[in-house]
Design a protein around this ligand. Sequence first.
Ligand code: ADP
Length: 205
Amino acid sequence: MVRVIMLSPPGAGKGTHSKWLAQQTGATHISSGELLRAEAAGGSDLGRQAAAYTARGDLVPDELIFSILVPIVVAAVRDTGGYVLDGFPRTMPQALRAAEIGVELSLTSNAVIYLTAPEEELVSRLLDRAERDGRDDDTLDVIRHRLAVFAAETAPLVDYYRGRGILLELSTDRPEADVQADLQDWLETRELMPPVAGEGQQATG
Ligand code: ADP
């Protein structure tokens, strides 16, 4: 079963492709950003603390993210055997601690998908999303800051996972169906995803 980390700058499509992958495999989709937004909307102490960081586009402290995520990942592996981690880990300390916890609790990841797109494309997608969803961190200044945070804090994870031999890099500057076909092929080769019914037929989009 797939236990995958989706690594991508804001706007590269990690939400979209994470949901798709979870649907295709039956693994649980776990979005750290959505969990934080739900906590904030619910008005819990944790949610209020988190919102102060997310509104500025800064990362929330590790303690907070681990306290929310660990029980959810444990439950996911118990219930479905797999997970699609959308937005976590996002810093080297998070990745190293996640790897330790993974070994301790037998939840280790077996794939990392790194999604890319040109920076101006990322910005334009996020500004479009702002009009649809009204997320308070989808303003131009905060978007630029989130991209800088990605470059400084999250980009180093790419080489770390590449070195472990479990990374697939995919451009999302093309139709979604093409990205998903590459993702499917790669995971199938690694026996992390069953072949789709009707495979070999032309995709109809
Ligand atoms: P995006 O990737 O578009 O920025 P997310 O929904 O993944 O959107 O994350 C939104 C915000 O939630 C981030 O800017 C950050 O403040 C916070 N966040 C999400 N995941 C983490 C994490 N693993 N560590 C710290 N902060 C996080």
